[in-house]
Design a binder for this molecule. Structure first.
Ligand code: NDP
Length: 280
């Protein structure tokens, strides 16, 4: 038996098309502003892709590029201006930020109604309380992929490998809200292979290349690989040893072309959701 491969690019394209038709039906144009501080090459690439994807679905996208030595007070003033701007529906401050700027202070400053990254304390609280709100894009993208693949979540045993605020914790909350029985594993977990082997749904988000081996996987499990790791030879791999997992898993996401494309598609979805909530 070979696992069914989930085509994240196709699912993301379908979601972008849905977003585009929602935008076309609005009496106004939703606006997304991405703030980039400094010149981190990877961040520049991400920001450019976000801008392009937003424009393609009809969102008015704008990138504000600030120098690496921007003072925290200046960035906070910029965010305050975006909070007050009625044409801006979504604000995304690209992470990581330079050392002189506190990530917490920045997240605290973003209007939760415009928090399309789902990372402000209000958004995190709403997610934990299972109240409607803007959800972090990558875990939301994973939920779309599971739904698209027809994976039954209620009652399933799910293991989330990783406990970051960006991926692992919100992933676990979304799965819990969808009635899975969820375990969160991390670097201090004992006997990780055994924990993984019990999981009907295994979400890997560690940033450790090919850490999850084939014999860690329960036969037939849904394996979602969030990891994006660049090896010394230039290859891009996930957190799961894909070739080993393929004959054992029931469904699996590739890297690249699995979770990655979903993240931006969900950012666009969140932008439209935020726009409609604010402007009717
Ligand atoms: P972090 O580094 O913030 O968190 C990694 C988590 O994995 C931590 O909780 C850590 O445990 C755990 N971990 C690390 N090593 C081990 C180990 N040996 N055994 C068990 N657990 C371990 O990363 P992120 O959550 O931000 O990202 C995770 C991965 O997902 C990365 O590869 C990143 O590139 C990718 N990513 C992909 C996105 C996409 O769009 N597809 C978006 C965001 C991230 P501890 O807490 O104990 O340190």
């Amino acid at each position: 038996m070979t696992a069914t491969i989930i085509d994240g690019k196709a699912v993301a394209a379908a979601l972008r098309a849905t977003v585009a038709s929602r935008v076309a039906g609005l009496a106004f144009q939703p606006g997304l502003t991405v703030v980039l501080v400094g010149d981190d090459p990877a961040s520049r690439v991400y920001v450019r892709s976000k801008d392009r994807a937003a424009t393609q679905v009809g969102i008015a996208a704008r990138t504000i590029h600030l120098p690496a030595d921007t003072a925290q007070a200046d960035l906070l003033a910029q965010i305050a201006a975006l909070n007050a701007d009625p044409t801006v529906d979504g604000i995304l401050v690209q992470m990581p930020l330079p050392r002189q700027i506190s990530t917490q202070a920045v997240l605290d400053a973003i209007d939760p109604a415009k928090d399309v990254d789902g990372l402000t304390p209000i958004s995190v609280g709403r997610l934990m309380a299972a109240r409607p709100g803007l959800e972090p894009c990558t875990p939301r993208g994973v939920m779309h992929l599971l739904a698209q693949a027809g994976v039954k979540i209620a009652g399933a045993r799910a293991l989330v490998l990783g406990r970051s605020v960006l991926v692992g914790k919100p992933m676990a909350a979304l799965l819990t809200n969808a009635d899975a029985t969820v375990t969160i594993a991390h670097s201090r977990t004992q006997d990780l292979p055994a924990e993984c082997r019990r999981a009907d749904i295994l979400i890997a988000a560690t940033g450790r290349p090919e850490m999850v081996r084939g014999d860690w996987i329960k036969p037939g499990a849904a394996v979602i690989d969030v990891g994006i790791n660049r090896l010394a030879d230039g290859r891009l791999v996930g957190d799961v040893a894909y070739d080993e997992a393929l004959p054992i898993a029931g469904i699996i996401t590739p890297v690249p072309g699995g979770v990655g494309p979903m993240t931006i598609a969900c950012l666009l979805e969140n932008t439209v959701t935020a726009a409609i909530a604010r402007r009717g």
